[in-house]
Design a protein. Structure first.
Length: 218
């Protein structure tokens, strides 16, 4: 995946946003932050995406997660477009959106969609989405083309997974959703697991006889 990827430091760039100028690290602070780019203002899929992010803002806040949008339109355009988003979706857009009309940040962050241009022939951002941890490192990234809107329920789900894995030495299995059993990380021995998970765990009985597939509830 080009650009930022898991484990990278989020560059501490100064950005202009609908909420004024800020340094990216100041915005992240001690929180998880979702930095998500969209190809352009006043476009259909982007309007639905940013509207759902507005509707879900309280779910992200409950999880201690901040939102930060990003495109190459200017602040005035974002502010005009936000009126459409709010009218269409019925939720206030309370999160800031970065404006990068000179296309400097998009290049630095390598978030360009090579197959999409705007009406002036300039390349536009892809639908990149990075979840940044309180340590300012990228924990998870999605990269979608302009033609495919993201699934923000999946974004919530992966936030829950990341936060659970950060708190306990566990990982979340396929199609996991909050409340489902999790698996104990391979780095945890059975002796450690007995101490760390006093509620117990179930080990799958596999032909290999190996005991690496251990489910528990946390
Ligand atoms: C959209 O948001 O609908 C869109 C934007 C750029 C290219 C294609 C679709």
């Amino acid at each position: 995946m080009p650009g930022l990827t898991i484990g990278d430091d989020l560059p501490n760039l100064e950005v202009e946003t609908t909420h004024g100028k800020m340094k990216l690290h100041d915005y992240v602070g001690d929180s998880y932050t979702i930095l998500f780019s969209h190809p352009g203002d006043f476009t259909p899929v982007c309007t639905t995406e940013l509207g759902i992010m507005a509707a879900y803002a309280s779910k992200f806040t409950e999880r201690g997660v901040r939102l930060l949008g990003f495109s190459c339109d200017d602040v005035q355009s974002h502010k005009e477009w936000i009126k459409d988003i709010e009218a269409y979706n019925g939720h206030k857009v309370t999160y800031p959106i970065i404006a990068d009309p000179k296309r400097e940040l998009i290049k630095q962050l390598n978030m360009v969609d090579p197959d999409e241009t705007d009406s002036t022939g300039q390349k536009v951002p892809s639908r990149a989405l990075h979840i940044v941890g309180p340590d300012k490192k990228i924990k998870l990234s999605f990269l979608y083309p302009a033609s495919t809107g993201r699934n923000m329920d999946e974004v919530l789900r992966v936030v829950d997974s990341l936060q659970k894995a950060a708190k306990h030495k566990v990982a979340t299995p396929v199609n996991w959703k909050p409340g489902d059993p999790v698996v104990i990380s391979p780095s945890v021995s059975n002796e450690q697991a007995n101490e760390m998970f006093p509620q117990g765990y179930d080990t799958a009985n596999l032909p290999s006889g190996k005991d690496y597939l251990r489910f528990t509830n946390v």
